[in-house]
Structure formats: structure tokens, C-alpha cells
Ligand binder design. Structure first.
Ligand code: SAH
Length: 420
């Protein structure tokens, strides 16, 4: 199967961008054509060679480039091809994919050898050069997530490789969380992104379990949790909050979910931590996490409320905080939603600034790839916050188990700005 690209799409592939959008296919229609030479691991194209089916291996070409690379076809997604390789050899089959997975796992063996962290991303899809395939580890459980549909027909063939490689590392069970398309690369926060978790290998999956993150116990709700269960991309930032919390009297954690930042602040020495989330089930998880770490949840506040409403009431009451963490859901799921998203961040940050003490620290996060760091900083400027005492102390992002590619800017979604 051959797919001929426009000059623009071909240039992106040469830079190493792993996605070919449907409008990047020359001649329009977004269909892969031609019988091509079928390789091991390929599936027969639908309709006798006329059109490719989701999961088919396609060869990419462009004007003056008879072979540009190889990828997998997706008949339904706006991303028509995810590009796996630029070289002719080896063939793109399950063994080639399994080798890349093994490489991704082996890297992490070194990073998390100490046992302080038992939950981390084993494979970050495009960022580990295994497009579409995300695998998160929760101690003895691995949760696989497929972005788009092209790897679904491969799963049966990949599973034995996965079970072997993960089993050697102490993973007993594998679950699969199928997910819809996320062409933005965003990590959704608060979206109902998770279809039910399906059990695909090993002993039955527990509904929830405790993992360790930088030495801190954390309950993960596999059955009902968001993303693959937890927001592992904030691990390093949670450790930073723990360090920032020393000596703080009142901490406010907005969009607190399972309370990761809250317990970090409490363990770091904060006096009283207020967690605000619109989902009551998240607070139950957070409270079990507090107890597991020897922190009495009764000494802290868990508020089920809309964050904007909460901030308005807190201001009216005259409540002030000396450390505030704000990690909202993605306000900009698409480029089109960007102006509105920037307005929402501005409103949020203005309301936060009104309850932040002089001398306080504000940690503001955004998980939208369409909002650049500069865009995001503009929602924290003096005019927005109506104060001129804060400085940008640091700008952090996602941890090293969430690698990206130079050309794949969509993968660098997380901003974590520390203002003081
Ligand atoms: N900071 C968390 C992740 C946040 S996920 C962590 O480190 O794990 C975003 C959370 O925001 C979700 O739990 C969702 O329930 C909550 N949420 C979404 N909209 C909200 C709103 N308007 N007010 C309060 N919480 C909201």
C-alpha cells in the first residue's frame, strides 16, 4: 500500500513528525491506494487493493522521494497515518514494534530502580517512537491505552511480547483502556476519556491499588479513575510542591482529583490543606491516600465544589492561602478553542490571585498542547492578576518518562509555572 504525500506533509515526516493528517495526502480523498508489496505482519487491504483498512502498513512517498517511510493507516481518525520508521529495513511488523517497546521499558529500568516510584509511564507512544501506544505501570498492573484505532488490530499479536517483557519486570496483569481520538496530544483532565478498563492478561485487575511515587503512597482507582488511572505526568511537580510546602500555614489545591498535590503538601509540612474538586469520589480516594501516608484527613479540608465558585466564596469570606496549586482540565482541546481557553485561564488566575497572600507561592498548570508556555504566562501577567509582587521562579513540564520528539510539539503539553 502506498500513500503519496503533499510537499508540506512530506517535510513534516522528514523532520520526524509522526502524524500525517488526511489533508496531507496528495490527490485528496485521504485514501491509500495501490496493491503494493505485502510484508509479514500486514493485513490484506479491504476491497481488493483499492483502499487500506485501519491497521494496514502503508509506505509513504512524495514528489522526488519514492520511499519516505512507513506507517500504519487509520481509516477513521483525522490522523490518517502514524509514522513508525523512515528506513527501508527492517519491515514494520510486530517484532519491530516489540523491539521498540523493549527499548522503552529498558530505559525506565534504570530510572526507577530504587523502588521509591512504582507507578510510571512505560511507553509514551509517539515520544518513544511507538506511535499510538501508551502504557502506564501501576506496580504489578500495566494499563495500555491506544490513541486512534490503528494498533487495535495488532494487539493480539503484540500481547505475547508485552506479557513477556512486562512479566520479566514484575508486571502481572495487563488492562486495556480504549480511548477515542486525541489528535491534539493533550492529556485530558476531567474529560470522560476513559472507556471501561478491559482485562487482557494475567490475574484479574484490582479496582484500586496503592502505588508509590517518590516515596509517597498513592491510591490509584483503576476501575473509575481518569486517564489510565492517575496523572503520572505531575509526579516531579508533586515532589516540588512537597518541598515548597515547608512552613506554609494554608495550602489550596484546586482541581485536586486524587489529592496527589494535597498529600505532597501535607507531608511537606503544610499546616492545613484544602482540596477542591467537583468530583466527590476523588476526595474519597484522596482521603485513603492521606491515611496510608499517616496523615489524618480530618485535619484538612476536602471541598466538593466548582473551583470558580469556591474562589469567589473564599474571597468573600476573606480566606487567604500562602501556597496555591491550580491544575485544571484542558481548557483548549483544539486550536479553535484557544481564545476561549485563554479567557478561562485569565479568569481562573485572577480569582486565584485574590486569595493568594503576599509572600505566597502560586503553582499554575496547563495541560493543553495548544497553549504554549508564553501563551500561558500571559494569563499570569500583572494586568491579569492585578498585582505586581510576583516573579516567575520556575517553569517545569512533564517528567522524563513522558519523552517527546523535537518535531512533535503536541507531545509537550504540560506547563507548571511557579510564581512567588
Ligand atoms: N491535579 C490532579 C489532576 C487534576 S485532573 C493530579 O495531580 O492528579 C482535573 C480535575 O478537575 C478532575 O478531578 C475534575 O473532577 C476536576 N474538575 C473539572 N472541572 C472542575 C471545576 N470546574 N471545578 C472543580 N473541579 C473540576
Amino acid at each position: 500500500m502506498r500513500v503519496h504525500l503533499t510537499a508540506t506533509a512530506a517535510a513534516a515526516v522528514r523532520r520526524g513528525h509522526p502524524w500525517v493528517y488526511r489533508d496531507g495526502i496528495a490527490g485528496g480523498g485521504g485514501r491509500a491506494t495501490g496493491a503494493g508489496d505485502r510484508r509479514r505482519g500486514e493485513r490484506a487491504p479491504r476491497g481488493g487493493g483499492g483502499a487500506a483498512a485501519t491497521g494496514d502498513v502503508v509506505e509513504l512517498s512524495a514528489e522526488g522521494a519514492p520511499f519516505l517511510g512507513r506507517g500504519l493507516w487509520d481509516a477513521d481518525s483525522p490522523i490518517a497515518v502514524r509514522v513508525f520508521q523512515r528506513a527501508q529495513a527492517p519491515a514494520l511488523d510486530e517484532r519491530a514494534i516489540a523491539e521498540r517497546l523493549e527499548r522503552a521499558f529498558a530505559l525506565r529500568d534504570g530510572w526507577f530502580a530504587g523502588g521509591d516510584t512504582t507507578a510510571y509511564r512505560l511507553c509514551n507512544g509517539e515520544g518513544d517512537r511507538v506511535p499510538s501506544l501508551v502504557i502506564d505501570r501501576y506496580d504489578r498492573v500495566a494499563v495500555v491505552r491506544l490513541d486512534g484505532g490503528m494498533l487495535a488490530p495488532w494487539l493480539d499479536r503484540l500481547l505475547p511480547h508485552l506479557a513477556r517483557a512486562l512479566g520479566a519486570r514484575g508486571v502481572r496483569s495487563i488492562g486495556l483502556r480504549a480511548r477515542g481520538e486525541a489528535p491534539s496530544g493533550d492529556a485530558p483532565r476531567g474529560d470522560a476519556d476513559g472507556k471501561k478498563l478491559a482485562h487482557v492478561h494475567g490475574p484479574p485487575l484490582p479496582d484500586r491499588l496503592f502505588v508509590r511515587e517518590t516515596g509517597v503512597a498513592m491510591e490509584v482507582d483503576l476501575a473509575r479513575g481518569q486517564k489510565t488511572g492517575a496523572f503520572l505526568d505531575q509526579r516531579d511537580n508533586r515532589a516540588r510542591v512537597r518541598a515548597l510546602a515547608a512552613g506554609r500555614r494554608r495550602v489550596l489545591n484546586l482541581f485536586s482529583y486524587a489529592g496527589g498535590f494535597s498529600v505532597a503538601a501535607a507531608l511537606g509540612g503544610a499546616g492545613r490543606v484544602t482540596s477542591v474538586d467537583s468530583a466527590p469520589a476523588a476526595h474519597a480516594t484522596a482521603q485513603r491516600t492521606f491515611r496510608e501516608n499517616g496523615v489524618d484527613p480530618a485535619a484538612h479540608d476536602f471541598v466538593t465544589a466548582d473551583a470558580f465558585d469556591f474562589l469567589e466564596k473564599a474571597r468573600a469570606r476573606g480566606d487567604r492561602y500562602d501556597l496555591i496549586i491550580s491544575d485544571p482540565p484542558s481548557f483548549a482541546p483544539s486550536e479553535r478553542a484557544k481564545p476561549r481557553a485563554l479567557g478561562a485561564y485569565r479568569r481562573l488566575h485572577a480569582a486565584v490571585a485574590r486569595v493568594l497572600d503576599r509572600g505566597g507561592v502560586l503553582c499554575a498548570a496547563s495541560c493543553s498542547s495548544h497553549i504554549t508556555a508564553e501563551d500561558f504566562l500571559a494569563t499570569l501577567d500583572d494586568a491579569t492578576l492585578e498585582r505586581d509582587d510576583l516573579r516567575v521562579r520556575a517553569i517545569h513540564g512533564q517528567p522524563e518518562d513522558h519523552p517527546t520528539l523535537p518535531a512533535w510539539w503536541e507531545g509537550r503539553y504540560l506547563k507548571f509555572v511557579v510564581l512567588e
